[in-house]
Design a protein around this ligand. Structure first.
Ligand code: GDP
Ligand code: MG
Length: 172
């Protein structure tokens, strides 16, 4: 099938659900609703056939490592989210990045990863754009700073994945 599964990973509270909501529903909520795992399905008309984009919004909790591992194993592309306001959330992505590489291999064309620094609207920062970009180049992945709140770079983020999905290399 032409189904394409995107998995959104990162610590609790960084804005994973907010980014997905912003893109899928076009809105933003201040309230924090912890998720275990949600899946969204967007039907897309690709170049030839119609396929579906599945977005798995995961939980950051340690108790759900098994679910995380399964989501990664089934995923075709990954969004690794940290908050620019909390340095430890970037550090916490490191084991997830290594787990993706372990389960999916090292070919960035086959398995794209986008590193996302969310909450770029906040004036209080612990991670500069430069530090985020340096981490992304170390990991050989794409990088964007976003704000689900102010709707900055959210379209661009999902568009990057869709552009990749249209390439034949990703259809395997
Ligand atoms: P998740 O645990 O990663 O799914 O995080 P949520 O999407 O539930 O967001 C956690 C909290 O951060 C909520 O209170 C959101 O309103 C807030 N939040 C999410 N995205 C942004 C953003 O881009 N900017 C700001 N300032 N707050 C955000
Ligand atoms: Mg969530």
């Amino acid at each position: 099938s032409r189904d394409f599964r995107v998995v959104v990973l990162g610590s609790a509270g960084v804005g994973k659900s907010a980014l997905v909501q912003r893109w899928v529903r076009g809105n933003f909520r201040e309230a924090y609703l912890p998720t275990i795992e949600d899946t969204y399905r967007q039907v897309l008309g690709c170049s030839h056939k119609v396929g579906a984009l599945h977005i798995t919004d995961t939980t950051g909790g340690r108790r759900y490592r098994g679910l995380q591992r399964l989501a990664i194993a089934r995923g075709h592309a990954f969004i690794l989210v940290y908050s620019v306001t909390k340095k430890h959330t970037l550090e916490e992505l490191k084991p997830l990045y290594h787990l993706i590489r372990e389960l999916k291999g090292n070919n960035p064309l086959k398995c794209p990863i986008i590193l996302v620094g969310n909450k770029c609207d906040e004036s209080h920062r612990e991670v500069s754009e430069k530090e985020g970009a340096a981490c992304a180049s170390e990991w050989n992945c794409a990088f964007l700073e976003t704000s689900a709140k102010m709707n900055i770079n959210v379209q661009e983020l999902f568009q990057m994945l869709l552009n990749h999905e249209k390439k034949p290399a990703a259809s395997a």
